[in-house]
Design a protein around this ligand. Structure first.
Ligand code: MN3
Length: 250
């Protein structure tokens, strides 16, 4: 039904170009097996510019790991705000491209508004997909093999990632990325920066991220960021990370 609503909205907004319609149609039947990349269902563009994809689960679906009120505020206020301000900044600065990776690759040339809100839009769009009520466990396939190859073991990887998330001073994100050489790395970024940005210390394609801004956990966990990070592993949607790895590794 939700997909149908999206489709109807596309029609209602009329002027829906053929391209827009085809994107909507692909979303309707995409299980990631019809040639659509994961990102085609994550970063959406329309009449108003970049759009928030629908949350792939209900606000309370990740409880008790993420409480419903946090999800509702995080998606409905924080992420929506970044999205709105990102579009406004692009318009104001006359940036016409809808290639968000290209924007990030040149982000040092743009304003703080583009950097902060563009990162906020993109990082959260990915973050929702990296979690699932059916999540948790361990990755499989090529990603599992690459994690063992580059970190020694899955446990070693989660320990590094948790340390990056816990050690990020102030607001920011922890990341699992694949770099240009095909090596997996764990890194963290401040504020709404991400590893696609030309300003990032460690660059690469995101395979997993974790929001460690206080707005992501404070209502439920207060100052206990460590508990939030520990619980995150129970909801990680590994199939999405696996698909991103396959796409990036070729
Ligand atoms: Mn956030």
């Amino acid at each position: 039904m939700k997909k149908m609503k999206t489709f109807t909205r596309t029609l209602l907004y009329g002027a829906g170009t053929l391209a827009l319609l085809s994107v909507t149609f692909s979303c309707m039947n995409s299980n990631g097996k019809d040639g659509q990349s994961v990102m085609d269902n994550v970063i959406l563009t329309g009449e108003a510019g970049f759009e928030q994809a629908e949350l792939p689960y209900a606000f309370d679906a990740l409880e008790p790991v993420i409480d419903a009120q946090t999800m509702e505020l995080h998606y409905g206020k924080h992420h929506a705000g970044y999205t709105r301000k990102f579009n406004a900044a692009l318009k104001e600065e006359g940036i016409a491209t809808t290639d968000i990776e290209e924007i990030f690759a040149n982000v040092s040339q743009y304003s703080a508004n583009v950097r902060n809100n563009g990162g906020g839009y993109y990082n959260h769009s990915l973050f929702w997909k990296f979690m699932s009520p059916d999540g948790g466990g361990t990755p499989s396939g090529d990603l599992a093999a690459a994690i063992e190859r580059d970190f020694g073991s899955f446990e070693e990887f989660t320990s590094l990632f948790s340390a990056a998330a816990g050690g990020q001073f102030g607001s920011g994100w922890a990341w699992l990325i694949i770099d240009e050489q095909g090596t997996l790395k764990v890194t963290s970024t401040a504020n709404q920066d991400n590893p696609l940005m030309d300003v990032a210390d460690v660059k690469g394609t995101p395979l997993l991220n974790l929001d460690v801004w206080e707005h992501a956990y404070y209502l439920n966990y207060q100052n206990k960021r460590g508990s939030y990070i520990e619980n995150f592993w129970k909801v990680v949607n590994w199939p999405v990370a696996e698909k991103l790895y396959e796409e990036a590794a070729g």
